[in-house]
Design a protein around this ligand. Structure first.
Ligand code: LGS
Length: 465
């Protein structure tokens, strides 16, 4: 028997169907990006260094030594980029603010020129009828804070809440939806545990401390945003359905990937089994009385990033997967599904399963897909990118999202990752997730076929038969 954390039996690729599907009225269609991945202008207008500047300059950490120094040069081209989005009919735009532009040292003096940039961007978006959705932290921690312990330190959580209040103070009148963190799983387990993301530390105990201080930062920021009058606050988590033959192994990885964030944010408690299993790495003494009440304060929206499902099975002698501390004896297995250029399985039904599960186990919080998309080996030829695999990928996942809505999930919107090709972290510029192709030498933007197809989806608020 296969134990799956989603609806029993799941929903097969086939039942997702090929007929016409129309989304609920008011469903929001958007695209997403993140500051370090697109902005460039790394040393302009008083921006301070972030952990990704440091990490990308460390030999061997990022493919071919790529950095975000120039990226898509969006800092200078944001007007054209917003106009391009408007041409594509995009209704909403999820972007992140770079903390080191706003507080170059992560605390203390505010750099007004950093805020000015987001001020101009938000005005430009409104001028084109595009609704902004902001992420306060998409991984570019000010280096000065990392030098004092980064997310392993409680101080970083406190500074984050101050930064949130500063950002809201300038832009709160024009941004309704504020999300605190993007994918704290990546920040903690990839950044402090496995060392494959900035700051590149490889200490499982530090990863658990980072989990807690990221979540505390979220909770403290929610309190600041609420007090200041924010209309909607939330957080984005990268979640995955976990399947496998061994219920214990499935629960173990589900705990480390999903419940370690979902439970504290939506139930105000850490899952007991995760806490117990992690005791060999940490005594959890960084958790103080009252922290879980702060972390578990109600939110208005949960952002879900979904790319690929995870399948596990028991295998004697299997060493721990560095991204899942303590996972000895559990092998991560790949199915025979189609793979993207990242090597990730394409499985739209995993999205239905995930949304249905979150709705069932954590009812009452509206959901948004804050990221879904895929990298493929795109070819620009004669001014065109015929990315039919991306179209098929998105078509399948939109249908899967619709199936979840039909099954009762309160899903309000969908943001495709990404608006345009950009700096894909440790993969540098080698992997292209964009709806729009970027030629990095000329900075020329070319909407791929998928972008033109997406425009039609948005226009119809659904998919044709
Ligand atoms: O660019 C990032 C995208 C691309 O793929 C974005 O900044 C992140 O927020 C997000 O992590 N992104 C992303 N995640 C996919 C992770 C899938 C892991 C599946 C592994 C299967 C073996």
């Amino acid at each position: 028997m296969t134990l799956s954390m989603g609806v029993s039996g799941g929903i097969s690729e086939e039942t997702a169907g090929t007929g016409e599907v129309i989304f609920p009225e008011g469903f929001v269609w958007g695209t997403a990006t993140a500051s370090y991945q697109i902005e460039g202008a790394a040393n302009e207008d008083g921006r301070g260094p972030s952990i990704w500047d440091t990490f990308s300059r460390t030999p061997g950490k990022v493919f071919a030594g790529h950095t975000g120094d120039v990226a898509c040069d969006h800092y200078h081209r944001y007007r054209d980029d917003v106009a391009m989005m408007a041409d594509l009919g995009v209704q909403a735009y999820r972007f992140s603010m770079a903390w080191p532009r706003i507080q170059p040292d992560g605390s203390g003096p505010v750099n007004p020129r950093g805020l000015d940039f987001y001020d101009r961007l938000v005005d430009e978006l409104h001028g084109h009828g595009i609704t902004p959705l902001v992420t306060l932290y998409h991984w570019d921690l000010p280096q000065a804070l990392e030098d004092r312990g980064g997310w392993t330190s409680r101080e970083t959580a406190e500074r984050f809440a101050e930064y949130a209040a500063v950002a809201y103070g300038r832009l709160g009148d024009r941004i309704a939806t504020w999300t605190t963190l993007n994918e704290p799983w990546c920040s903690s387990f990839l950044g402090y545990g496995a060392g494959v993301h900035a700051p590149g530390r490889t200490d499982p105990g530090a990863a658990f401390a980072a989990v807690h201080h990221l979540l505390l930062g979220h909770g403290l920021a929610v309190a600041e945003l609420r007090a200041a009058g924010a209309a909607q606050v939330g957080i984005t988590l990268n979640l995955a359905p976990i399947s496998g033959d061994d219920p214990e192994a499935v629960a173990h990885i589900d705990g480390l990937q999903n419940r370690i964030f979902l439970d504290p944010v939506l139930r105000g408690e850490y899952p007991a089994d995760v806490v117990e299993r992690a005791r060999r790495f940490t005594d959890w003494s960084f958790v103080r009385d009252g922290d879980l009440d702060i972390i578990g304060a109600p939110i208005d929206v949960l952002g879900v990033n979904y790319y690929s499902p995870t399948a596990v099975r028991l295998r004697a002698g299997q060493p721990a997967n560095p991204v899942h501390p303590g996972s000895e004896g559990i092998a991560f297995v790949q199915g025979d599904e189609e793979k993207t250029a990242m090597g990730w399985s394409v499985k739209p039904s995993g999205l239905t399963e995930l949304l249905t599960r979150v709705s069932r186990d954590y009812p009452g919080t509206p959901l948004i897909i804050t990221e879904n998309g895929a990298a493929f080996d795109d070819v620009l030829a004669d001014g065109r990118v015929a990315d039919e695999r991306r179209i098929a990928f998105l078509d399948g996942h939109f249908r899967a999202a619709h199936a979840a809505i039909a099954a009762g999930a309160d899903l309000r919107g969908y943001f495709v990752w990404s608006l345009m090709d950009n700096f894909e972290w440790a993969e540098g510029y080698a992997k292209r997730f964009g709806l729009v192709h970027v030629d990095y030498a000329s900075q020329r933007r070319t909407p791929k076929d998928s972008a033109l197809w997406y425009r039609e989806v948005i226009r119809r608020n659904g998919l044709q038969a």
